[in-house]
Design a protein around this ligand. Structure first.
Ligand code: IMP
Length: 428
């Protein structure tokens, strides 16, 4: 399969890191096309844990080309730190294994500050962002006031554009928030250092990826967040600021939409969400608490405790449908072991009316009455299972039931954090 899109089909944190790392074995090029250091993809190799924020999960396979495309909001300080930390663990991060787009927008200190200030200002209405400056950076991109990696590398553009930007942002800091202004000289100096450290990695990554595709190399497109956090299709405004599904690839990479040949969603066997916003199947009782404890549901970027709940077939159908998914991969099935029954949201009722699609209106989402169905659980430890037929019958039935409910086949299960803890699922 020359091109494959792998995306999150829930609210992020679906376990994409592990799956993409696994799929990267068969890819030549792995491309991150959206998001930034708000993501935290965890990959466990031989008991060692790696958390990747910007860099595609292909980096842990020697010889693969990893691309940070133009749709990513690059935080140079965090990216350089990530490179250093990987190198300290003997991961080869070189100009041969990592390329960064000249078109990617850059996150500066003023973006991070604005992110924090906006959240504080919103009070109860806050989004619960990761505080990484993502929203303000994409806002500047859309306002045409942002600086791109290419601008960072061009000394005179950097100076004049940063000066113009800070002149405006500093007024905002001082007059709206009563905060100290940022020092232009210091910001320029920091940006120059980033430019010189990043320069060896920078190129026109769109051209690079298109060429690789023309030459018949396998390209894997990696999403940073999940479809339910998509700026257009997610639970707006409780979303991130980019296009998180396969639709983000064309613009985020500069790659023809019709050349994306296959799309595979990743979803947990249950649901989690971090930050504020609608979450119809959230369970704030002992079952939710149990999922959090057993599933270690704490953010890999912010350490925040994740909200937990049951698998939502309504939201999942929506996410897979808008993404044109060919199949999906179910992660963390092992976390459900030990539950006497497993519940799934099979329908939404709003104001007495059954809804067959995911509501756009926040007001509707806040008063959704979820219709649940449940099935018996299983008690057997499944972390060592590698063949579908070796799973307990109740676990197999749960998988087949969810396939039916969402209308797309599951092609693989993940039953633990290690690379080899996967179970291929035969098609029916
Ligand atoms: P932002 O992307 O930092 O602006 O955060 C916007 C919303 O998206 C918040 O609810 C975050 O918790 C959520 N979010 C952003 N990135 C991730 C992620 O990688 N996993 C899960 N949630 C995320």
């Amino acid at each position: 399969m020359p091109t494959l899109s792998v995306f999150g089909a829930q609210w992020g944190d679906e376990g994409k890191g592990k799956i993409i790392d696994r799929m990267a074995r068969d890819a030549d090029v792995v491309v991150r096309y959206q998001g930034g250091a708000n993501a935290g993809h965890t990959v466990v190799v031989g008991g060692d844990e790696y958390i990747l924020h910007h860099i595609p999960s292909g980096i842990l396979h020697p010889g693969k080309l990893n691309v940070i495309a133009g749709g990513v909001a690059v935080d140079p300080a965090k990216l350089l730190d990530e490179i250093e930390q990987l190198r300290a663990r003997d991961v080869a991060v070189t100009e041969q294994t990592l390329r960064v787009s000249a078109r990617a927008h850059v996150i500066f200190e003023h973006h991070r500050r604005l992110d924090h200030m906006a959240e504080k200002f919103k009070g109860e209405g806050r989004i619960g962002t990761t505080g990484r400056g993502i929203g303000p950076c994409y806002a500047d991109k859309a306002s045409r006031t942002g600086l791109r990696v290419a601008d960072l590398l061009d000394g005179s553009t950097l100076e004049s554009r940063l000066q113009a930007t800070l002149a405006e942002k500093n007024v905002h800091f001082e007059r709206v928030h009563g905060e100290e202004p940022l020092d232009l000289g210091q910001e320029i100096e920091r940006a120059r250092q980033w430019a010189s450290d990043l320069a060896p990695f920078v190129c026109d990554t769109g051209a690079l990826v298109r060429k690789a595709y023309r030459e018949g190399r396998t390209v894997l497109f990696e999403a940073a967040q999940g479809v339910m956090l998509d700026v257009d299709h997610g639970t707006y405004p409780f979303v991130t600021s980019s296009h998180t599904g396969p639709d983000g690839i064309a613009a985020g990479v500069g790659f023809p939409v019709r050349s994306i040949e296959r799309a595979v969603g990743i979803a947990k066997a249950y649901c989690t969400r971090v930050g504020e916003g609608p979450f119809p199947t959230e369970d704030e009782g002992p079952d939710g608490e149990r999922l959090r404890e057993v599933g270690c549901e704490f953010g890999s970027t912010t350490g925040r405790s994740r909200r937990c709940g049951w698998f939502d077939a309504v939201a999942m159908r929506y996410a897979l449908e808008i993404s044109g998914a060919d199949a999906w991969i179910m992660t963390k099935l092992d976390v459900l072991t030990g539950l006497s029954e497993v519940k799934v949201a099979v329908g939404y009722v709003v104001g007495g009316v059954t809804r067959d699609s995911f509501p756009a209106e926040l007001a509707d989402l806040s008063r959704v009455e979820v219709t649940y169905e449940s099935r018996p659980g299983w008690t057997e430890d499944i972390t060592g299972v590698r063949r579908f037929e070796d799973l307990p019958e109740a676990a197999r039935e749960y998988v087949r039931w969810l396939e039916d409910m969402v209308g797309a086949p599951v092609e693989m299960l993940s039953v633990g954090p290690e690379r080899d803890q996967v179970v291929p699922v035969p098609s029916v």
